[in-house]
Write a protein of this length. Structure first.
Ligand code: AHN
Ligand code: ZN
Length: 338
C-alpha cells in the first residue's frame, strides 16, 4: 500500500471509529417535561412481535356486539364468559374472582375480575390492566342520558389491545412473566348531576377496590400498566399525576419507548392532574407501581368529546391508535429483563 493509500485507510479507520463511538452513546434529542431538548442515551431494543391492529379491532367489536356490559345484565354475563374462554384459548392460566359490590345508589352488583397469567411459574412479572364493564348511563350526553353506552373506547378498547398482546405472547416468549387483569365495575361512578348532599366518595372503580381487598397474597409484580380509552382517533396520552407520583420511572420508560417508535405525537410530555381511575387504588392499596395510559387532554383538562356519551361506539375506534398503544406495550414487555 502506498503512503496515500495508508493515509486514506487510516482516515476511514478513524472515521469509522468516530461513527462507532457515536453509535455507542447514540445521543438523540428528546423532549423533556420542561419542553426543552436534551440528549439522553437511546436504549438498544429487543425484537418484539408485530401487533395486529385488525385482530385487536375484532376483539373490541366482539365485546361491543354483546351490548353494553353493565353489571347484572345478560350482556355482561355473556362477555365475561367470552373473555374467560378467550384468555384460556390464548394459552393463559385463568382465574375469575367473583364478588358483590354496592354502588352509589345502594344497589348490589355482581362482579367478575378476570385474570390471566402467562408463564405463571416465572417469579419476575408485570401486569396489564383494563376495565371491561361499560357505563350504565350516558350522563355526559344530551340525549338518552339514562341509557347505557357501548363503551367501545371506555372499556372494550383496553381489553382488545391486551387480548391481542396475549395472542402475540404465545408466539415468542418474553423474558418477563405477564399477567393481565380485566377489572369489572369501573364505570359505576355516581351521575354527574348527583346533588352535593348525596355525593358518594369512591363510587368509581368498585371492581378494583374489591380486588385490592381480596388480591392474591404476596402478589408483587414489578410494575403495572392500566389502559383506559386507548382506541379513539387522535388521542392524547398525558403523563398522569398519580402515575408520576407512584411509578415515574415506568412512565418515563413507556414514553421513551413511544418516542423511539415514532409516537411522541400521542404520548405527550405534558403532566396532567391525578385522575380517579383504577390505578389510583392499585397504587395506594396493592403496592404495585402502576401507570395509567388514558386519553385525557391536559390542555382542555377534559376527556375526549365521546366520554360517557353514545358516540363512544365502534365507529369511534381507530386501528392506528390500537396499533400505536399495542406496539409500544409489546416493545416494553420484550425489552424487560427477567
Ligand atoms: C372521572 O370521571 C373523573 N374519573 C373516572 C375515570 C374513568 C371513567 N375512566 C373511564 N371512565
Ligand atoms: Zn368511563
Amino acid at each position: 500500500m502506498g503512503q496515500a493509500g495508508a493515509l486514506l485507510s487510516n482516515r476511514i479507520f478513524l472515521f469509522s471509529f468516530v461513527l462507532l463511538l457515536a453509535s455507542c452513546t447514540n445521543k438523540t434529542p428528546e423532549q423533556t417535561p420542561a419542553g426543552n431538548t436534551e440528549t439522553s442515551p437511546k436504549q438498544v431494543r429487543a425484537q418484539a412481535p408485530e401487533f395486529n391492529a385488525d385482530s385487536a379491532f375484532q376483539y373490541v367489536k366482539d365485546q361491543v356486539d354483546f351490548g353494553p356490559r353493565v353489571p347484572n345484565t345478560k350482556a355482561h354475563e355473556q362477555c365475561a364468559g367470552f373473555l374467560e374462554k378467550k384468555l384460556k384459548s390464548l394459552g393463559m392460566s385463568v382465574t375469575v374472582q367473583q364478588g358483590n359490590v354496592v354502588n352509589y345508589a345502594g344497589k348490589t352488583l355482581k362482579i367478575k375480575n378476570i385474570m390471566g397469567s402467562f408463564h405463571p411459574a416465572n417469579t419476575s412479572r408485570i401486569i396489564l390492566f383494563s376495565h371491561w364493564d361499560s357505563r350504565h348511563i350516558a350522563d355526559m350526553d344530551s340525549v338518552r342520558k339514562n341509557e347505557p353506552i357501548d363503551g367501545a373506547n371506555d372499556g372494550a378498547s383496553g381489553v382488545g389491545v391486551i387480548l391481542e398482546i396475549a395472542r402475540q405472547l404465545q408466539k415468542v416468549s418474553p423474558a418477563i412473566g405477564v399477567d393481565v387483569l380485566f377489572l369489572d365495575a369501573e364505570d359505576t361512578g355516581e351521575p354527574n348531576d348527583m346533588p352535593r348532599e348525596q355525593h358518594k366518595e369512591d363510587s368509581w372503580c368498585l371492581g378494583t377496590q374489591y380486588w385490592t381487598k381480596n388480591m392474591p397474597r404476596n402478589y408483587r409484580p414489578r410494575f403495572g400498566i392500566l389502559l383506559d380509552m386507548v382506541g379513539a382517533k387522535n388521542p392524547v396520552f398525558p403523563m398522569e399525576g398519580g402515575s408520576m407520583q407512584y411509578a415515574g420511572d415506568v412512565v418515563k420508560k413507556v414514553w421513551a419507548t413511544a418516542g423511539d417508535l415514532g409516537f411522541s405525537n400521542l404520548f405527550v410530555y405534558t403532566e396532567c392532574p391525578t385522575l380517579t381511575d383504577d390505578h389510583a387504588y392499585i397504587n395506594r392499596d396493592a403496592g404495585i407501581p402502576t401507570i395509567d395510559i388514558v386519553d385525557y387532554n391536559p390542555a382542555t383538562r377534559d376527556f375526549g368529546s365521546y366520554h360517557h356519551k353514545h358516540s363512544d361506539n365502534i365507529n369511534l375506534i381507530d386501528r392506528n391508535t390500537l396499533k400505536a398503544v399495542g406496539q409500544i406495550l409489546l416493545q416494553v414487555i420484550y425489552d424487560e429483563p427477567n
